[in-house]
Design a protein around this ligand. Structure first.
Ligand SMILES: [Mn+2]
Length: 355
């Protein structure tokens, strides 16, 4: 069981608190100051590891090492950024990292239209409404608005440096089809697989969130079919999936236990994000509920059971949580609700294991 932690400067939760969550073994972290395409400095990687280990926690999953847009666009400059990625893989392997979670979504990472949607019990959570996105004429302005509402926390994947060039990126992606994006992903994976074997690191792609195209940008990792095609095209044990229930479950046509069974039994799920969603009105409007099955739209027991029965032996973490008990912090990444989620998932696992 792991917990996402954004590092000493960007996360207000002390590692000590994370260690105090029952059954918590490690953190999932990143060097947040590194821009996409950077070659991560060894000393910074080592100091992150030391801090985490000194707190009695492991650091075996990095989320994310962001992929430069030139790689996603298939630009001629991509090889330079791929080389930097390879260098970073080697350095992470040397400190014992086993899994790198990354995504291949053009321009926008995970997207929400409300970071503090108020629930009847007074807690707040993140919500996505397609009708709001459909009305957005200027994605740049949308990105600025979202940044303003983060209470000073930079959202992963929404770094101001990246958001500054939205307009030119949107123009560049007009030429990029779904097949082009898929091909660019395959090019990237084929180039880095030898390094992954040497470093003993699995690349676990994070599904698109939500699981469909937004702002006219192509997305290719959001269905069982798309994932199957990706894992078959580069049929390598290091080419893997981050099984994120919230992202995959945003689509009504995704059967989460079936996806877990298919890819976990093939040894291709080294990392799982477990959370629940509540669909509000059809499949394109949802909020992130508490983890417990009765609070949302997913059967969490069936999801965890599918992983268990498929021999899951990877890393798991509660995903986003609500803000409860008047906690202030990074939207989706407070301490309390995610801690409850971790304990709930451990409880499901124990019950299935002993049942
Ligand atoms: Mn996720």
């Amino acid at each position: 069981m792991t917990f996402r932690w954004y590092g000493p400067e960007m996360d207000s939760i002390p590692l000590r608190y994370i260690k105090q969550i029952p059954g918590m073994n490690g953190v999932v972290s990143s060097l947040m100051e590194m821009q996409a395409g950077a070659d991560w400095p060894e000393d910074k990687i080592q100091s992150l590891k030391k801090q985490v280990n000194d707190a009695g926690l492991s650091l075996e999953v990095i989320e994310s090492v962001n992929v430069h847009e030139d790689i996603k666009l298939g630009r001629s400059t991509r090889d330079k950024y791929i080389q930097n990625y390879i260098n970073t893989i080697h350095k992470l392997g040397r400190i014992g990292v086993k899994v790198i979670c990354y995504n291949f979504m053009p321009v926008f990472d995970w997207t929400r239209t409300d970071l503090a949607y108020c629930l009847p019990d007074g807690s707040t959570t993140m919500r996505y409404q397609q009708s709001v996105v459909d009305q957005i004429k200027d994605p740049q302005q949308f990105a600025n608005e979202i940044q303003k509402r983060t209470q000073g926390y930079e959202m992963a994947g929404w770094e101001p440096e990246r958001m500054a060039e939205i307009k030119s990126l949107l123009r560049a992606y007009k030429e990029v089809s779904h097949q082009d994006l898929f091909n660019n992903l395959i090019y990237f994976l084929k180039a880095i697989m030898p390094a992954c074997h040497e470093a003993e690191i699995k690349m676990a792609i994070h599904p698109d969130d939500p699981g469909w195209d937004i702002f006219g940008l192509p997305r290719v990792v959001n269905s069982a079919e798309g994932i199957r095609k990706l894992l078959d095209t580069v049929n390598d044990p290091c080419n893997c999936l981050t099984f994120c229930t919230g992202s995959l479950g945003s689509r009504a046509d995704n059967d989460l236990p079936a996806i877990a069974r298919e890819f976990c039994s093939r040894g291709r799920i080294p990392f799982a994000h477990i959370r629940n969603l509540k669909k509000i009105d059809g499949e394109n409007d949802f909020f992130e509920s508490a983890h417990v099955s009765s609070c949302g739209s997913f059967d969490m027991f069936e999801i965890v059971k599918a992983l268990y029965e498929s021999g899951f032996d990877g890393y798991i973490r509660p995903d986003h949580g609500r803000m409860i008990w008047d906690e202030q912090g990074r939207a989706g990444y407070g301490l309390y609700d995610r801690a409850l989620g971790a304990v709930y998932i451990n409880g499901l696992w124990e019950a299935i294991e002993k049942g």
